[in-house]
Design a protein around this ligand. Structure first.
Ligand SMILES: [Zn+2]
Length: 412
């Protein structure tokens, strides 16, 4: 595990290893408890079930696909899921709150937050036809991580990227990315903005390279599991041929790191189709892509001016996350930035921050929804004052102001 991870900046390591290990371990422990929870389905889930019939696919696998599935399944080693647990040696600065949301939607984890938000309901609806087998195989094969790992390791150029399942966000994200590069005074030319698509799961070559690079599988094992994933997509229509938003429900920023034998991975922002689809579906398609991207660019400001400390604590994560929220709000509302109506941005952030964690002791604590909103409101006010002079603060100036404000923000 440390062979790869030592190449990653220190601040990303331990917490994420622990997090990943905890998640992987919990996946199986909690999966066992899943049956029980399923039985106690409450009336609100029933309602979602009936209102989301559109999400339910009725097509059935062909007999040939089923036969191949049973054949491959019989060849799986008894403890095959452990392979992904033990070999998951790559980790990344994945926003834990997205993963938490997914795990809650899969009923693998309880939430301290209000989990009856529009987003939770939407995601629940998308998963209403996921039975235990469907859930089991995504957890056991690492399918939830494959698109993210493939984008992280192998998508190394901003050229020819399309964003959204049908490329519907390509133009806007490309424009916002350029605008963010202009807006902030840091060196942003080397940052690549790349997409994360569920269609990765339909590409045998990509599956093999990712199983090898991220999970450390031998070529023959990687081929076996790649074929298994392809068959799973045929057998379970619930995966929507890889296009289910759960596979790409994430966005993250990653600083450059050396990853032999694949070489140096550049500074990167990865934007998942699933998270874009989700926010569009619940009515925030006009603001969510820009806001999510602005937050990720905030992390690159932090990488570049060295704002991450080695400290591994909820306080440390909360500081950098609230700061990224403030950078985003500053850019989004600034008259020389995205120049968006603050009311509209606020409406989105209200929903966005609600997927945050509400428990200070949780891994990768992001600040409570109230603290995150306070940080964003503060960023907006700074922009509003500065724009009288039409002035854009440097990242360093803005950060100094933020650090002075932080003790107040966390009292909320
Ligand atoms: Zn963040």
């Amino acid at each position: 595990m440390p062979i790869l991870l030592k190449h990653l900046p220190k601040h990303l390591h331990m917490k994420n290893i622990k997090l990943l290990t905890a998640i992987v371990a919990a996946s199986f422990v909690l999966f066992i408890g899943c049956k029980k929870e399923k039985e106690s389905t409450d009336s609100s889930s029933e309602r979602l079930r009936s209102t989301n019939q559109a999400a339910v696919r009725t097509s059935r696998p062909t007999p040939a696909a089923l036969e191949k599935f049973n054949k491959l399944k019989a060849l799986l080693p008894a403890n095959f899921q452990k392979k992904f647990q033990e070999n998951a040696k790559l980790t990344l600065k994945q926003h834990p709150e997205y993963r938490t949301l997914i795990r809650q939607a899969l009923k693998l984890e309880a939430s301290a937050c209000n989990n009856n938000t529009t987003l939770n309901q939407w995601l629940g609806g998308q998963l209403s036809d996921w039975n235990e087998d469907v859930i089991y195989y995504v957890l056991a094969t690492g399918m939830l991580d494959l698109p993210a790992y493939d984008a992280l390791i192998f998508e190394n150029s901003s050229a020819n990227q399309r964003f959204g399942v049908n490329g519907e966000y390509t133009q806007r994200l490309t424009k916002t990315f350029k605008d963010l590069q202009r807006f902030w005074n840091i060196q942003t030319q080397n940052i690549k903005m790349v997409a994360m698509h569920g269609s990765t799961l339909t590409d045998r070559t990509k599956l093999i390279r990712t199983y090898r690079a991220a999970f450390g599988l031998s070529t023959s094992d990687a081929e076996f599991y790649a074929d298994f994933v392809l068959i799973l997509l045929d057998v379970f229509p619930q995966y929507r041929g890889g296009n289910h938003p759960i596979f790409t429900f994430n966005a993250f920023a990653q600083p450059s790191f050396n990853f032999p034998p694949n070489g140096v991975i550049p500074d990167k922002i990865v934007m998942g189709d699933g998270i874009l689809e989700a926010y569009t579906a619940i009515g925030f398609g006009d603001v969510a892509p820009q806001a999510i991207l602005a937050h990720e660019m905030g992390h690159h400001i932090q990488f570049q001016i060295n704002l991450f400390t080695d400290e591994n604590s909820p306080e440390a994560t909360r500081r950098t996350e609230l700061m990224a929220d403030a950078y985003a709000a500053y850019y989004l509302s600034h008259s020389r930035g995205a120049s968006m109506q603050w009311k509209r941005v606020q409406q989105f952030l209200q929903v966005f921050f609600n997927i945050g964690d509400c428990s200070f002791n949780s891994d990768g604590h992001h600040g409570t929804p109230t603290q995150r909103m306070a940080a964003a409101e503060w960023g907006y006010r700074v922009a509003n004052n500065a724009q009288k002079q039409g002035y854009i603060l440097t990242a360093q100036q803005f950060t100094a102001l933020f650090e002075a404000e932080l003790p107040r923000l966390v009292t909320y």
